[in-house]
Design a protein around this ligand. Structure first.
Ligand SMILES: [Zn+2]
Length: 138
């Protein structure tokens, strides 16, 4: 009986450790600083730091059914919103941030915000991501 309690207790302890670890990782990933760093890293790596600094923030875009949103504030600064309820996997988050970065890069360059300039921007990034992956695989 005593043994059983011990097992039950250590299972519980294990659950707490696993659950706690995940909560910490999730909490760190969800900070505004994390997003800001992500933007800066991707700007350096894929845009030669040519994009302006932006305000990038987590938001709840559920009612608009969007993963991300970019607009220009009255003070001229770009604001990038990233939906916090989706974008759970790192790959998805990166895709969303890339998408919004291409909006910043091609802002007002064409009537259709997803037109050929935007498509070209996304294609260029995809090429660089593939190059990057093949360099790492070597
Ligand atoms: Zn878009």
């Amino acid at each position: 009986m005593r043994l059983r309690i011990n097992i039950a207790l250590s299972t519980l302890a294990l659950l707490v450790v696993v659950g706690g670890g995940r909560a910490v990782a999730e909490g760190r990933r969800r900070t505004p600083e994390f997003l800001q760093r992500k933007y800066q890293n991707l700007n350096r790596k894929f845009f030669d730091n040519n994009l302006p600094p932006v305000r990038i923030e987590w938001a709840d875009l559920t009612e608009y059914n969007r993963l991300g949103e970019t607009y220009r504030d009255n003070d001229g600064m770009f604001v990038v919103l990233v939906d916090k309820r989706t974008n759970l996997r790192d790959e998805d988050l990166q895709d969303t941030v890339f998408h919004e970065m291409c909006h910043v890069a091609t802002w007002r360059k064409e009537d259709d915000p997803h037109g050929s300039a935007f498509q070209g921007c996304m294609a260029g990034i995809k090429r660089k991501v593939l190059q990057d992956a093949s360099v790492k695989a070597r």
